[in-house]
Design a protein around this ligand. Structure first.
Ligand code: MTE
Ligand code: MO
Length: 258
């Protein structure tokens, strides 16, 4: 790890001071050094020393974009996130957002539409009814938050690949971006968008997503950290320009996954 000796450029003040930063670089370091580990195994490691702060982490912070490339190289299209038994589901499931639970957006399902734009042939908005008419897939997977907790949940909904095909998306484009009802936003690389476990989740457990867990639609991406799983999604777009994300634009590693 010779890069640890280099003096990294200083990230903006507000990011250096954020509590999140230390846990971010820890996870990055593990993704880098232990890229063969599953995200599930990473979560076990993440619990132990998130409070530390050392020079290796500082150097890795500075090489975040380099890490993105390394992680992209390590990603294989056939790599699946671990799945679990129904008896392992975490109850109650933790809530997280950049606001408190009571402030989660209250969305009327009758008015809601999923907007579609960018490099796609069919830009008609989608109702919940039309989304539910598409084939659905279920998964019991582990959600891992960069803040150092993880939880197992069950989600089901439309595989994003199937949806992208349905709207005639240019699958050679580089990114799929998501905009949410609460001003949150994030984006995925196209290989992850096409990954078989990446779904437009409509149900949590056996019921429609509860308000605070992302009603009416959450993109569930078990190969990525929690912040790349947008809740209350209102718009999807396909683009060659990296759309970034709410946390990504404040310094979190954009790739953050396998
Ligand atoms: N719209 C929206 N999506 C979001 C967030 C948010 O604040 N707003 N927070 C992210 C983060 S950091 C986490 S850990 C998960 C939390 O999802 P949960 O409430 O189902 O546990 O949502 C992610 N998606
Ligand atoms: Mo998170």
């Amino acid at each position: 790890m010779s890069r640890a000796d280099e003096k990294p450029p200083r990230p903006p003040e507000k990011i250096r001071l954020a509590d999140h930063r230390t846990s971010l670089v820890k996870v990055e370091r593990r993704l880098l050094l232990r890229s063969a580990l599953s995200l599930g195994a990473l979560s076990m490691l993440a619990g132990c020393d998130l409070q530390d702060n050392d020079s290796v982490d500082k150097a890795l912070w500075a090489t975040s974009r380099w890490n993105d490339r390394v992680q992209a190289l390590l990603f294989r299209g056939d790599k699946l996130a671990p799945t679990y038994a129904a008896s392992q589901i975490t109850n109650p499931f933790p809530f997280n957002a950049f606001y408190d639970q009571a402030s989660a957006p209250d969305i009327d399902p009758a008015d809601w539409r999923l907007e579609v734009s960018g490099m796609v042939a069919d830009k008609r908005p989608w109702t919940l009814e039309r989304l539910r008419a598409l084939p659905q897939a279920a998964q019991i997977t582990r959600h891992i938050c960069i803040e150092g907790w993880s939880a197992i949940g069950q989600w089901s909904g439309v595989p994003l690949k199937l949806f992208l095909q349905a709207i005639g998306a240019d699958l050679s484009a580089r990114y799929v971006g998501f905009k949410c009802a609460d001003r949150y936003y994030t984006s995925l690389d196209m290989p992850t968008a096409l990954h078989p476990q990446t779904i437009l989740a409509l149900d949590f457990g056996k019921e429609p997503l509860p308000t605070e867990y992302g009603f009416p639609l959450k993109v569930r991406v078990p190969t990525k950290l929690g912040f790349k799983n947008p809740k209350h999604v209102a718009a999807i777009f396909v683009t060659n320009q990296n759309p970034g994300g709410y946390w990504e634009d404040q310094g979190y590693n954009w790739f953050s996954g396998i």
